[in-house]
Design a protein around this ligand. Structure first.
Ligand SMILES: C[S@@+](CC[C@H](N)C(=O)[O-])C[C@H]1O[C@@H](n2cnc3c(N)ncnc32)[C@H](O)[C@@H]1O
Length: 214
């Protein structure tokens, strides 16, 4: 006698075509939501990178003390709103002046000119090229940059004689959208470093009179 009981089907249970397409649609919608979330995050990051990171005054004060100056000669990428200008300088170039197209070799109260640059991160490569050009004119430059040592612009800076001073810890940049409302933000989500061109011009100037007076 033959066994007529139906055989159990093996493997994955069959899914009804309607259920399958509903599942595919749900998964597509999930992937789209994730992508939109990622894009939103990146957009916020890039927007804030472009011009909303103002230098913590403790850092500029420390640099000024180190070089024996009260103020820098020039901030070539200064905020348009004077209330947001936290870098002490004799001269400022704003976006309207276009610090990229102007000479940084301005008449300093005490030569040589010392320029402090915290560039808009959206065009950092162009600002590094400008630092390199201006450094050839005998301008002392201190640039505060994200410590992205693997990028082409960082490599170019080092190849063109920038000295790298890593900044330990994470800076608390001043943040704010409205006039007069700057306040320290959370610790930056990136490491920072100073790129310095021509520091020896300052050392030599300082040393010369002392040597002369013997
Ligand atoms: C990262 S913030 C630094 C602000 C300030 N120098 C500081 O250290 O606190 C960059 C600034 O560069 C300005 N900026 C953007 N493009 C510029 C340009 N072509 N010339 C001058 N300033 C510019 C932006 O308006 C923004 O205020």
């Amino acid at each position: 006698m033959t066994d007529r009981t139906p055989k159990k089907k093996r493997g994955r249970p069959r899914i009804h075509p309607d259920a399958r397409s509903a599942r595919a649609a749900a998964s597509r919608a999930y992937r789209l939501r994730q992508k939109q979330k990622r894009q939103k995050k990146t957009a916020v990051y890039h927007r804030s990178q472009s011009d909303d990171w103002y230098t913590p005054p403790e850092l500029t004060q420390m640099i000024l003390r180190g070089i024996g100056r009260r103020v820098f000669t020039l901030d070539p990428c200064a905020p348009a709103d004077p209330a947001h200008r936290v870098v002490p300088a004799e001269f400022y170039y704003t976006q309207e002046d276009d610090g990229l197209s102007r000479s940084w070799k301005v008449d300093a109260a005490i030569p040589p000119p010392v320029v402090f640059v915290n560039p808009p991160y959206s065009r950092i490569s162009a600002w590094i090229d400008k630092c390199i050009d201006e450094s050839r004119k005998g301008v002392v430059i201190v640039a505060l940059v994200p410590s992205r040592t693997g990028t082409r612009w960082f490599e170019r800076a080092v190849e063109h004689d920038a000295i790298v001073a890593p900044i330990p810890g994470r800076l608390r940049f001043l943040r704010g959208q409205l006039a007069g409302s700057l306040s320290p933000g959370d610790a930056a989500p990136f490491d920072a470093a100073l790129l310095i061109w021509n520091p020896e011009l300052l050392c030599l100037r300082g040393a010369a009179p002392r040597v002369g007076q013997g």
